[in-house]
Each structure stands twice: as C-alpha cells, then as structure tokens.
Design a protein around this ligand. Structure first.
Ligand code: 5U1
Length: 667
C-alpha cells in the first residue's frame, strides 16, 4: 500500500508541475480532482503512511489566531521607479558611471507583477517557511497558506540545491480566475474583490488556510534571498532558470536585453502584450544581470541601485461629473467630492473622487455635467485629471463653493494663503464631532475594536454621545436599538471601550486629534514632556525644543490645550480611568545595544558617520575606531577597505548600511 500511495503522490506532483509550471496539463481537471480524492481517501485509511509533503496537504492547515512574525535575514527591498525613456537612459548611464564601464550592459528584464511579495525558505530542498514582505524587515508567517498554492513546490527537484535557499517572488490571482471567483461570489451573494491584487492579498492573509486553498492563487519567482551551502551562476537570468529547473515557476516574459535601448524595446513589447497576459502587471523591471556588478553597485535607502521598475502609464478612463458634495472633516476642513458616473479604471469601479479644495476646482476648470478624465494608477486613489473641453457646454453647471457649513450651517472661513476652507462650528458641528470620535477610536489611537464609522454616526445622530468621553458612559441597552446591533455585539463593544482605557501616552495624545499632531509628533511630545500635565503647560518656546516641531504645530498644540472645552473633555476622559504606563526618562530607557562594540568603515550614503555613531550610542553601543576580536559588528559602507578585510579575517559580523538601519529601526 505504501508503494501505491507514494506512486499516486508522485503522479499528482507531476501533474501539478505540468499544469502550473509548464502551463501544459496532461490530464483534465476532473481527472486531477479524482486522483486527489483517491489519495486523500487512502491517506485517511492508512494514516501510518502520511508524509508532510503530500500533495493532498496542499489544501488546508490549522486555523490560526494570528500570524507569527518573521524577521527577514536579508531585508526584502523595494524598487525605485523610472517613468520615461529619458529616465531609463539616466538610470543606465548612472550605473555605467558608477561602474566606470562605458560598454553596453546586459539586463535581465522581467514583468512586474501586481500581487503580493513573498519569501519562500527551502532547507535541504523542503519548503520550511513562507513569509510576506511586511515592512521589508519583518513579515508575517504564512507558511500554511502558501503551502496551498498549487504551483509552489513543497520539495525541490534536481541536483545541487543549496542547503538553505530563499526564493522571492510574487503571489497573484490570475485575471481569469479573479473574474470567475467574483462571478461565483456574486451568485452566492458573497463578498467580491475589487481587483486581482486585493484578491491575492486578501486570500493569502486568511487565518484559515482552508479558505486560502479555495482561492486560485499562483506564484512566480523573481529573485533570491539567503543562499547557504550552494553555488549559483553569476547571472541573475541563469539563476532564475536554475530555479525553474528545481521546479519553481517563472513568468514566461523574462528576457535578456542589452543597454537602455534593448530595455526600452522590451518595455514597448510588454506594454503591447499587457492586455493578453494572464496576470496583472504594472510595469517592467530591469536588473543588471551580472551578480558581481550588482554587488559592486549596492543599495541606496531600501532599493538596489542595480534594478529599477519602469511603470506603465497610469490607467485613465473618461466619465461624467454628476454632482459635487462638500464633506466636513475632523478639523472642519471642507473637501469637495466629485460624484461620478461609475467607471471601471485601474482595476476598480470609481464613483467618487476628491477634488481637494476650491483652488483645484479652479485649476481643473470643471463644471457639473462635464466629461472628465479619471486616473487611477495602481494603488493610488482616483483622481480627476482634466475635463474634456469639447463637452463643457451649455448643459454644464458651475460648481459653487458653499459659504455656510452644509452640516451645521456655521460660517465657512478660508484663512488667507491657506488652500483649505473650514467650518467654524467646531464641536457644535455634528460632522466634526463624528470625525473626532472616529479618529479617537481608530486603530492607531485608542483602538476600540468594533466601533466602526456607521456606529459612531448613529450614536452622534441619536444624541447618545457628544464627545469621546461620552463613549465610556454608554450602556449595552443604549446600543442594542442601533442598526445591525444585537445584544452580543453591544456587550462586546462596551467591553472593548472599557478595555481601551489601558493605553499609552502617545496614543492618548494622538487620539485627542490635535491639528498636525500625527503618530511621530505624538511620540516625540510624549518622550520629551513625559507627562500630560507638563505638555498642557508647555509654551511655544518649550514646544519648539521638541524634535521636528515647528511654529505652526506648536501654535496648534498651545491653542488646543488653551480651549476650555478641550480641557473639559480631557478631564472627563481621565475621570473615566484612562491610564498609561509612566514614560521612562532618557536615562532609564532600555539600552538594547549595551555591551556591543561597533566599528564604522567606508562611506555611508544615507547618514553621516557621525549620525550613525550617535544613533548607535543612543542605544547603548560603544563605537570604536579599530577592529579587534572584541568588536561585535563592523558596519561597512561603500569602498570599505582594511577594516573590512580584518573583520572578515576575524569572522566578525559585517552589516551593510541597510542592515544597520534595519537593526536601528527594529530596536
Ligand atoms: N519581477 C520583479 N518584480 N520585482 C519586485 N523583480 C522584482 N524585484 C524586486 C521587486 C521588489 O526587488 C528586487 C530587485 C530586490
């Protein structure tokens, strides 16, 4: 029986390879499904023959509470962009100059898939871990989900596979599968996805991998991370071909091109081919093919100098401007919003677009009834870029900016030299109250789980709350009559409101919604003043001593704390029992690099050596001028010389600038 099961597994794996990697299936889907079914039945009957890499396990793993974090040993970088042939030529010339090599360079050219970047770690040829890119340094462990993607091999095939091998690439939902999935969802009255990218991301971030298993995802490799105990070709193109030989999927459109001209021709070809490709792409990637040259070129910030993405032109569509609504924001800012005849552009249906302010309306010279051009580049909010002049005729109607707030009727003021017009109603204005409370409850502020926008709007409309402090006096009985609110949900929300009372000082400060005080400023303020009382009493001069606070922000802060109703709301919030742990003074702050000695060598590109020294010292590190066996890390910038060689001889850990920055960022 063991032999029969093993043979069936081999056969199914071969079909997977033929179907997903070679795009050349040799059996029908129905026959494939039948074989999987037989294998599952046999494995159930004979559990003693179960193996962890069985193709039957490609569907489903345990349901998780949340994803574990994975630190990428080598950061997952992002790509710089070029948008024109001129910028491409400049990119190539820059490289040639740096390499002091006027000869035409060879580039590996690949489609840039519009999906989700992922890292696959193979040990002894077995897939042991899969992680999302995350912030480039820390991603999420999505191993169970990735194992359900049919064209990802659980075991590599062939010879000379490095002992550890990290493969990087993109997970996508192919366009045809995306449409089929959505059609099915519509028929079942289930949620649809707005575009293939969202579908891929949403499917991969499921805690239940059985759900991921039902989503038609595919993976395509584009590079490597860690390579241990193995040698690979010195050409990026050859390395990709080697991945293919080991069973990893590649896109079909990868080519080798010479110089900027060759790259541009590939760009033109791919742009033409774009509508016929099975997956969505948003550009093309050019990579210096020679790995030694890549290493010489190095990185700038979090992008390699040896590669760039050439974005395809943003996607544009035309539609009609049906009306303009005026929205009132948290700080009273009045934003004109275009109401559009719905139009499918850049992968989503767009029916509204911000017109930003009165100046923008003037600049665009648009009227209600005009035909307008909407642009929605990948991942960017839709924009009206112009009106078509021929259609601005008699039926068009002028857009009139209101002089009174559309929500509370208060006067609208526009401060000289400011583009934004504001309602002067303050917390008298229901719109501002709603936005202030939504902001207070938001994830980055007090993080009240379950207090969505619709609930806040109802609570304000029903006069159940006027300020954020009122949230803490709500009862489940008051919530139950609200729309789509049952007893269980109401109790859960009351518990979440109560739970949020335990917070941090920066989050509380952020939640107050002081103008221009975002997360970073709130953190700086908290670290400087340590207590709310000290901050409340701060003068403009005191505030200007805080990192990155200028005149305008300082003025907003002072004005905020001076206002009586703000003082009352703060007191009411504190009276509910909101509290946070004391902030430690600089001297008491953790010194995570205490006991470590760093040596800086070579030229750093993103900060001066002195800045790097100060940043390291601030975390407790010692920075020395010479390498010895007591050195913990050597940070090697560009053109590092004898210190780097000595560090290599002594086996000391060497960090490049990017790795040092991620280390600093992670502490
Ligand atoms: N095809 C392709 N996409 N892509 C994305 N190659 C590629 N390379 C990338 C990224 C972010 O980064 C490496 C050059 C580091």
């Amino acid at each position: 029986m063991a032999q029969k099961i093993s043979a069936l597994r081999q056969e199914i794996k071969r079909h997977n390879y033929n179907y997903y990697t070679l795009d050349a299936p040799t059996i029908t889907d129905a026959e494939y499904d039948r074989q999987i079914k037989i294998l599952r039945e046999l494995e159930e009957k004979y559990p003693e023959y179960a193996t962890p890499d069985s193709p039957s396990l490609s569907v489903g793993g345990p349901v998780l509470d949340n994803f574990n974090k994975v630190t990428h040993k080598l950061p997952m970088l992002s790509l710089g962009n070029v948008y024109s042939k001129e910028e491409l030529v400049e990119f190539v010339e820059r490289i040639q100059k740096q390499l002091k090599n006027p000869q035409p360079l060879l580039f590996c050219v690949e489609p840039k898939l519009d999906g989700l970047a992922i890292s696959l770690l193979y040990e002894h040829g077995k897939l042991v871990q899969a992680a999302t890119r995350g912030d480039g340094t820390i991603g999420e462990d999505v191993t169970y989900n990735v194992k359900t993607i049919k064209n990802i091999p659980h075991t590599l095939k062939g010879n000379s596979i490095p002992r550890r091998l990290e493969v990087r690439g993109e997970v996508v939902m192919p366009i045809a599968e995306f449409h089929a999935f959505n059609q099915h969802a519509i028929a079942q009255q289930e949620k649809t996805f707005v575009n293939p990218r969202n579908a891929a991301a949403g499917s991969l971030r499921q805690l239940d991998s059985n759900i991921t298993a039902q989503r038609p995802l595919a993976f395509y490799s584009y590079g490597l991370g860690i390579i241990e105990n193995g040698s690979l070709a010195n050409s990026h193109y050859q390395r990709l071909q080697q991945l293919k030989a080991w069973g990893l999927p590649l896109t079909k459109e990868i080519t080798l091109e010479t110089g900027a001209q060759g790259c541009f021709e590939a760009y033109t070809r791919l742009l033409q081919k774009r509508p016929t490709l099975p997956y969505e792409i948003d550009g093309i990637v050019y990579k210096v093919d020679d790995i030694t040259l890549q290493e010489q070129l190095g990185f700038i910030a979090r992008s390699p100098r040896w590669a760039t993405a050439h974005k395809f032109p943003a996607q544009e569509e035309q539609t009609r401007l049906l009306d303009v609504e005026f929205q009132v924001g948290r700080t009273g800012a009045i934003t004109p919003v275009a109401i559009l005849q719905p139009v499918f552009v850049g992968g989503v249906t767009v029916s509204r677009a911000s017109l930003h302010n009165a100046d923008e309306i003037k600049r665009l010279n648009i009227k209600i009834g005009d035909t307008v051009i909407i642009r929605r580049a990948a991942d960017v909010i839709p924009q009206i870029i112009r009106a078509l002049p021929s259609t601005s005729g008699e039926q068009s109607r002028e857009i009139i900016f209101p002089t009174a707030c559309p929500v509370c009727g208060s006067e609208i003021e526009r401060i000289k030299d400011e583009a934004i017009a504001r309602c002067t109603g303050g917390l008298y204005c229901a719109a501002q109250r709603k936005e202030a409370i939504k902001y207070f409850a938001s994830r980055k502020a007090m993080n009240i789980d379950g207090l969505g926008e619709k609930i806040v709007e109802q609570l304000v409309d029903e006069n159940l709350i006027h300020t954020p402090a009122d949230l803490f006096h709500l009862t489940a009985e008051q919530l139950i009559p609200l729309e789509r609110m049952a007893e269980k949900k109401a109790n859960k929300l009351i518990a979440a409101i109560s739970q949020c009372k335990s917070t941090t000082f920066p989050k509380f400060l952020l939640a107050l919604g002081i103008r221009e005080v975002g997360e970073a400023t709130a953190r700086n303020l908290a670290n400087y003043f340590l207590t709310l009382e000290a901050l409340q009493q701060a003068s403009i001069e005191d505030l200007l001593k805080v990192d990155e606070i200028g005149d305008i922000v300082a003025q907003h802060i002072v004005t905020f704390f001076r206002q009586k109703h703000n003082q009352e709301v703060i007191q009411a919030l504190l009276d509910t029992g909101i509290h946070w742990p004391e902030i430690k003074t600089k001297e008491h702050q953790a010194q995570p690099l205490e006991g470590k000695t760093f040596v800086l060598t070579g030229t750093l590109t993103q900060m001066s050596r002195n800045e790097a020294k100060q940043a390291l010292q601030a975390l407790g590190a010692k920075v020395s001028g010479s390498v010895s066996k007591n050195t913990s890390y050597v940070v090697a910038g560009e053109a590092a010389g004898s210190k780097l060689t000595k560090a290599q001889e002594l086996g000391i850990t060497i960090l490049d600038e990017t790795e040092m920055l991620s280390l600093l960022g992670s502490l």
